[in-house]
Design a protein around this ligand. Structure first.
Ligand code: AMP
Ligand code: ZN
Ligand code: FE
Ligand code: FE
Length: 283
């Protein structure tokens, strides 16, 4: 069984429609795929129809933006009820915060001499219900200011960069509670990618496991080197956390994140699905 538990469609910042993504997952030889768009469940109905058609097991997912110590953290939710009111209200707030900072970011880019208009950004948004930095980056690429998304982030948009504007996000502890309240399992996405180990320390992750019931951590991810993966495996084992592996595929939006480039072991997947059942039963 080939299981990939973290992918994005153009319902957030991926470049494929949910249908195209599911077809690509099938073609890549995957048996199970989770669609985990940023802060929205909107792509799931279309993905489910496509998955039923091609005979692929779709896991209902979502990648939730949250924070710790002022730094951005991503939390993967599996099996959460898309119609849960409390979680839905939080996602509305995140998406409004993201779209609401578009104007200030565009102001900064203009001052930096690499301006793009709101129309140019909107042209890159696909079916996403909010406008994020990757869409702004795509507009900068289209305007010829940078070569690719990575350059746009590295030079301008990354956290702390010259065109960065912070946005609303809840604390990771609160995000975990909301996911559980919606009957889902909560897995920390790429916890030690992009220098995050300084914020999400091993002690803090252990505390999330024991005091907040964090269900798992993503271990095999392209942003983790072999050493980080090894330490995260030990951390998961010590704290009873499920270990996942996934591509974080974004279509053409991220290089070196091909579907199935990392996968989740069958026993870990089955443990994760058992935890979803437990959270769903507790609601
Ligand atoms: P936003 O939600 O608008 O703050 O944008 C966050 C998204 O931008 C994340 O989900 C990542 O996919 C992407 N991102 C964040 N930092 C970087 C980076 N340094 N390089 C490339 N993409 C990034
Ligand atoms: Zn993304
Ligand atoms: Fe992420
Ligand atoms: Fe992601």
């Amino acid at each position: 069984m080939r299981i990939d538990l973290h992918t994005h469609s153009n319902t957030s910042d991926g470049t494929q429609t949910p249908t195209e993504l599911v077809a690509a997952a099938k073609a890549a030889g995957l048996d199970v795929v989770a669609l985990t768009d940023h802060d929205t469940f909107d792509g799931l109905p279309e993905a489910q129809r496509a998955a039923d058609e091609v005979g692929l097991h779709l896991v209902r997912g979502m990648e939730m933006s949250c924070r710790h110590d002022g730094h951005s953290v991503h939390l993967l939710a599996y099996g959460a009820d898309p119609h849960d009111a409390a979680l839905g209200a939080e996602l509305d707030q995140i998406r409004e915060g993201r779209t609401g900072r578009l104007g200030p970011v565009l102001e900064k880019l203009k001052e930096l001499g690499v301006g793009v208009t709101e129309e140019q950004v909107r042209a890159q948004v696909g079916d996403s219900p909010s406008v994020g930095r990757p869409h702004i980056a795509d507009a900068m690429v289209a305007a010829g200011h940078v070569r690719d998304r990575t350059e746009a982030f590295n030079r301008f948009l990354a956290d702390g960069g010259p065109a960065h504007v912070p946005r609303y996000a809840a604390a990771v502890e609160q995000a975990i509670d909301l996911v559980h309240g919606a009957g889902g399992a909560a897995v920390l996405a790429h916890p030690w990618g992009r220098g995050r180990q300084a914020q999400l320390t091993a002690d803090f992750i252990a505390r999330l496991a024991h005091e907040h019931g964090l269900d798992g951590i993503e271990v095999d991810h392209q942003d983790h080197d072999q050493h980080a993966r090894q330490l995260l495996r030990i951390l998961a084992g010590d704290n009873g956390l499920v270990m996942t592996g996934s591509s974080d595929h974004h279509g053409l939006g991220k290089v070196d994140h091909e579907l199935g480039c990392n996968t989740t072991a069958e026993d870990q997947f089955s443990e994760l699905m058992s935890r979803v059942e437990v959270h769903a039963a507790r609601r």
